[in-house]
Design a binder for this molecule. Structure first.
Ligand code: ZN
Length: 270
């Protein structure tokens, strides 16, 4: 009888321990780290930063920073992995509805088609995902601004990202209701210091560490749009053929096409 009691207590202890460990694990997610003040955020050490808006505690702001990776470390990743890898990571927030976005024009590139195509790539993979439509005018509603501002207007622009740490290539910011986790606004800024281009064809060949020529805007835009929909970066080298892989080589066009994990991820959310 006493042996039986001991084993019951043993089981109970293990059960409580696992509940404790599971709750510790879920607290690690930076999205739920709501105590961080915007002013204290260290953009140099983190690629995803979440903060409560001091003036609006019902809103949380998240910033995803895409940094250029050193050529050497990209080369050392080897040739493992494929676009069939089923990996994805969710941010835990999503849209109830899509909306309109504004694109700040550039003389040298047809930005509107680049960003619209990048959205379509995701909508094609999951028709229930929210639809975002180009405003067809760069003129913002009164009071709104291009850049990473919280003004309830979705914008895409090119600007100075030196405040976001070393080698920031692009930043996607979104704002969501802290309680319901519904996203209500996004802004994207691509580094104006970077030479961007739109390569004419989607190359099937990917040479890790190739790093030839400027970055492909559709490549990075498709990745950044993934953050808008609710997907997080992947950093495991086996995921390097997926759109949500957190590094990119100059000259690659690989992220224009979704991999298995990207498709499974957006389908999981919507
Ligand atoms: Zn990213």
């Amino acid at each position: 009888m006493s042996k039986f009691k001991v084993s019951i207590f043993g089981l109970l202890f293990i059960l409580l321990l696992s509940i404790f460990l599971v709750s510790c694990e879920s607290n690690k997610s930076p999205l739920y780290d709501l105590g961080v003040e915007t002013e204290l955020v260290d953009y140099t050490s983190k690629n995803m930063v979440s903060s409560l808006l001091p003036s609006r505690p019902d809103l949380t702001k998240v910033v995803h920073i895409f940094r250029k990776s050193p050529v050497r470390s990209e080369k050392s990743r080897g040739n493992s992995g494929s676009a069939n890898t089923p990996d994805y990571k969710l941010t835990g927030v999503k849209w109830a509805n899509g909306g309109i976005y504004y694109v700040q024009p550039r003389a040298d590139l047809d930005l509107n088609s680049v960003f619209a195509n990048a959205f379509q790539t995701w909508n094609y993979a999951e028709p229930n995902a929210p639809v975002f439509s180009d405003s067809n005018t760069p003129i913002l509603p009164e009071g709104a601004l291009y850049g990473l501002n919280v003004d309830r207007v979705n914008t895409i622009s090119f600007g100075d990202l030196s405040g976001y740490g070393r080698d920031a290539l692009a930043v996607t910011q979104y704002v969501y209701y802290t309680s319901s986790k519904e996203i209500i606004e996004f802004d994207q800024v691509y580094s104006a210091a970077e030479a961007w281009t739109v390569y004419p064809v989607t190359s099937e060949d990917y040479i890790p560490g190739g790093d030839i020529g400027p970055f492909d805007l559709p490549d990075i835009a498709t990745h950044e749009h993934g953050h808008i929909f609710g997907l997080s970066d992947l950093y495991n080298s086996r995921d390097k053929y997926l759109t949500m892989y957190g590094y990119a080589s100059a000259g690659e066009t690989l992220k224009r096409t979704l991999g298995n994990g990207d498709i499974l991820g957006i389908q999981k959310i919507y």
